[in-house]
Design a protein around this ligand. Structure first.
Ligand code: NDP
Ligand SMILES: O=C1O[C@H](COP(=O)(O)O)[C@@H](O)[C@H](O)[C@H]1O
Length: 533
């Protein structure tokens, strides 16, 4: 059983380290070369995790709970400490109280949870300061150095959980004043990585002035979800799937994201981006790349990411004719997007979009990949649906009725909630007559793995950063390829002031999405009510 003290050498000495905290280091990596220690030698290294924007929503909702879960499972090095940094003034005690309310333990391993929470909180510290001035970062550096003093090497992770307008200032100051001089420094960057190709390039250049590509971890938390990590396992470790994974057998692929709540509270951020930038250009496109890429040479991060870049670069730039945008309107007492006080009056920002994409390569030529994402819809779920071709010369056509689509094989990978993989097949209804019906070969995670409490995506991704594993992070050229696919469309939508089709809060989205699918002879698979469970 995981024990609270498994990390437990106690805190490093708080005696002030002999660090010149007035001078800012000019190079992030300089310390590493001075020490002849293996990179992750935790017997001789400490780890400090700094969350910039620690007073914010993401820090409270995801980052600190994930750090605690890793700590509780004994997956972090013995000499670990956590620092919050933001402009809000707070003492360590107030900070600990703030995050204490966010920590939870896994349903099936509550053992010594409260004790673990207590020791975790004792390792949490807070430094107030601005993002665009060095002073706060100098103080942060002093405090970190104090905690790290007993170890010859100090490794540091900075998580930029701040709005994009302060990314560069914060990175520059963290790099100059608070990067490690004795170990590695890694920086986790949250999306949005720009608004289009140009702004993304600008951001990349800005980050590049302070960090090497090796130090940058661009997070897409969908890549940390269990079923997405499993996607390549499913494809490349099962001989039954790979031969079917092409235009010869697959009629279309659908990647669907649906949320049953609106932008409540995040309208200010959301309005500048819209659902295409918020979800489709990153989360859904990443899923598509993993789904469609060729088998990588190895499981090495660079091999996987090179295959993703290759398939992204084989995709056709999204055309305005292949997109439907929508915006939710009020329904009963459920508010419209435009009722959000943080949204500008008359905003045309899309809260729903459906897109048809195509991959120009031998494997996927002509296969429509339909991506759909929306807020304020009827349910929350995310899934991949693979619809296979109709059976040629079907012997049983007369037993199945005229709706061929209803009887084609469909592989559903349900990312959330209730993670599952199932294949819809035609089967004889048991009994004397000959009647066919659709049944499922069904892998429900909850029952198959007794796992009603899977690790959160941020746990997996944070652990990967600690271990220097970049498989699940976005490489610069991947990002560039992704923006190249969507930038012309995004500019066209803005330039032409395209009015989104309104759909009622709580509905299945605008009708236009059905016409888009129908244009390619496709019916959205999530319309079947019986697929809900
Ligand atoms: N929340 C979420 O679910 C997700 C968030 N993200 C991204 O993660 C990052 C953090 O998200 P989130 O926590 O929601 O963001 P918040 O808006 O809550 O901002 C985080 C912190 O940044 C500081 N801050 C806010 N606005 C400004 C400003 N204009 N100038 C300087 N500092 C500011 C505030 O701290 P203080 O005033 O104390 O300095 C705030 O607590 C963002 O880049 C966001 O886009 C990505 C995916 C999901
Ligand atoms: O990145 C984002 O993701 C969330 C949805 O994440 P999930 O893990 O809860 O599915 C979305 O609500 C948010 O708008 C977007 O920025």
């Amino acid at each position: 059983a995981p024990v609270a003290t498994s990390n437990g050498n106690g805190l490093a000495s708080t005696n002030a380290a002999d660090v010149d905290n007035k001078l800012c280091a000019s190079s992030l990596d300089q310390g590493c070369q001075d020490y002849n220690l293996p990179v992750n030698d935790w017997a001789h290294s400490s780890l400090s995790v700094v969350v910039l924007g620690a007073s914010g929503d993401l820090a409270k909702k995801k980052i600190f709970p994930a750090l605690f879960a890793l700590y509780y499972e004994g997956l972090l090095p013995p000499n670990v400490q956590f620092f919050g940094y933001a402009r809000t003034k707070m003492t360590d005690v107030a900070f600990r109280e703030m995050i204490a309310g966010t920590l939870t333990c896994r349903v099936n391993s509550r053992e010594r949870c409260l004790e673990a929470q207590e020791t975790f909180l004792q390792r949490c510290f807070y430094q107030a300061g601005s993002y665009d001035q060095q002073q706060g970062f100098i103080s942060l550096n002093t405090r970190m150095s104090g905690q790290e003093a007993s170890m010859p090497r100090a490794n540091r992770i900075f998580f930029l959980s701040i709005p994009p307008n302060v990314f560069l200032d914060a990175t520059g100051n963290a790099a100059d004043c608070a990067s490690s001089r004795t170990g590695w420094t890694r920086v986790i960057v949250e999306k949005p990585f720009g608004r289009d190709s140009d702004s993304s390039k600008e951001l990349a250049e800005g980050l590049g002035r302070h960090l090497s590509e090796e130090q940058i971890y661009r997070i897409d938390h969908y890549l940390g979800k269990e079923l997405i990590e499993n996607l390549t396992v499913l494809r490349f470790s099962n001989s039954v799937f790979e031969p079917l994974w092409s235009r010869q057998h697959i009629r279309n692929v659908q990647v669907i994201f649906s949320e049953n709540f609106g932008t409540e509270g995040r309208g200010g951020y959301f309005d500048r981006y819209g659902i295409i930038r918020d979800v489709i250009q990153n989360h859904l496109l990443q899923i598509l790349a993993l789904f469609a890429m060729e088998q990588p040479v190895s499981l090495d991060a660079e091999d996987i990411r090179s295959e993703k870049v290759k398939v992204l670069r084989s995709m056709k730039v999204v055309s305005a004719e292949d997109v439907v945008v929508g915006q939710y309107r009020a329904k009963g007492n459920l508010p419209a997007y435009l009722d959000d006080s943080t949204v500008p009056v008359g905003s045309l920002t899309e809260t729903f979009a459906a897109v048809a994409m195509f991959i120009d390569n031998a494997r996927w030529d002509g296969v429509p990949f339909l991506l759909k994402a929306g807020k304020a819809l009827h349910k929350r779920y995310a899934e991949i649906r693979v619809q296979f071709r109709h059976v040629p010369g079907n012997l049983y056509r007369s037993k199945q009725g005229s709706n061929l689509d209803a009887h084609t094989n469909e592989l559903v990978i349900r990312i959330q909630p209730k993670e599952a993989i199932y294949l819809k097949i035609n089967n004889k209804v048991p009994g004397l007559g000959l009647r066919l019906d659709t049944s499922r070969l069904d892998l429900q995670y909850q029952s198959a793995f007794a796992s009603n409490d899977l690790p959160d995506a941020y746990e997996r991704l944070l652990l990967d950063v600690v271990n220097g594993d970049k498989r699940l992070f976005i490489r610069a050229d991947e990002l560039e390829a992704a923006w190249n696919l969507y930038t012309p469309l995004l500019h066209a939508l803005e330039k032409n002031k395209v009015a989104p089709e309104l759909y009622p809060y709580g509905s299945r989205g605008p009708v236009g999405a059905h016409y888009l699918a129908a244009k390619y002879g496709v019916r959205w698979g999530d319309l079947n009510e019986d697929d809900d469970e």
